[in-house]
Design a protein around this ligand. Structure first.
Ligand SMILES: [Fe+2]
Ligand SMILES: [Fe+2]
Length: 312
């Protein structure tokens, strides 16, 4: 008889110890373990140092294979499975439409840093069609299909996602101010994705957790790149960057609440503990970024990217 592993047999996973029904403190320990595992100073630095190479030789982060057949609802831990599934559905919707996201960022970045614009949105033909895809866009394009597949695996149903609406590129008298604001909004979306996927990983185990770990690690990569690029380009302090991206995050949260299929259900389903956990994970991620931010000296950033536009 074939042995079929179930959650009961998994003592540890990517987030450390995984009890059958973890309580609040055990979930917090799992979140801390994930931060310590995937957001080390070294990992964040490597993601940033990789950026100048991306400008000349774009390459995507390699994914580990996902054992789709083993992904099951039984692997959701310590939370109402319906809430978990609603967040998976929300992630699928927020992860689209990538082409519009990348075009928006491409338009902002090209005047300030063509290499960064190329990394995000690739190159275009004169008629506006895609000539080459940007590495960031290639990575992002894998996320919505992954969450859609997870949803299907957990519910047995096909999700009909409603794509997010995108604020198109808005021209401004001060290009630098506009790009700075836009970069902070990108930091906020990457920060949001890192935090929510980390929460999903703390509340899952086995193949389900391993599947979420793939887009999650891409988002950590993007957060480090946008954060470091923003520090170099606009020379804002840690607090200025957190303040700007937190403000953008709140605007985004309001936007999603109204636009997401499950927006209102999600709010009514989430308990106070769920909200506390989410707040914990958002702050835990930013505290780690603060520690890493100390490594980002002016000398290092100039060495990586040359003279910053604010110093020009
Ligand atoms: Fe993404
Ligand atoms: Fe991302």
């Amino acid at each position: 008889m074939k042995f079929i592993p179930t959650r009961r047999h998994i003592a540890t996973d990517l987030a450390g110890a995984c009890p059958e029904n973890p309580n609040y403190l055990q979930i917090r320990a799992r979140m801390n373990r994930l931060v310590d595992r995937y957001l080390t100073i070294d990992i964040l630095s490597q993601h940033l140092i990789d950026l100048p190479t991306q400008f000349s030789q774009p390459h995507v982060r390699k994914w580990e294979p996902i054992d789709w057949k083993s992904v099951s609802r039984e692997q959701i831990v310590g939370v109402d499975p319906d809430l978990f599934i609603m967040l998976v559905a929300g992630a699928t919707e927020i992860e689209t439409p990538i082409r519009e996201y990348s075009q928006e960022t491409w338009n902002y970045m090209r005047s300030i840093h063509p290499g960064m614009a190329y990394f995000i949105g690739g190159t275009q033909n004169p008629d506006g069609s895609i000539a080459t895809l940007g590495a960031w866009e290639k990575e992002e394009r894998q996320h919505a299909p992954t969450f859609k597949k997870i949803y299907q695996q957990l519910t047995g149903e096909k999700l009909q996602p409603k794509p997010n609406s995108v604020n198109d590129y808005q021209s401004s008298n001060s290009a630098l101010t506009a790009v700075n604001k836009h970069t902070l909004s990108r930091i906020s979306t990457e920060w949001g994705a890192v935090s929510i996927y980390l929460w999903l990983m703390a509340h899952s185990t086995g193949a389900l957790q391993q599947a979420i770990a793939q887009p999650f690690q891409d988002e950590v990569n993007h957060l480090a790149k946008f954060w470091g690029f923003s520090r170099w380009a606009f020379a804002g302090s840690y607090y200025e960057q957190v303040k700007g991206s937190a403000k953008s995050l709140l605007t985004l949260a309001k936007h999603h609440r109204g636009e997401r299929t499950e927006g209102n259900n999600l709010v009514s389903k989430a308990t106070t503990v769920d909200a506390i956990e989410l707040a914990f994970v958002f702050s835990r991620v930013m505290v780690r970024v603060r520690t890493w931010n100390r490594e980002l000296s002016h000398t290092l950033l100039t060495h990586l990217f040359g003279q910053s536009p604010v110093a020009a």
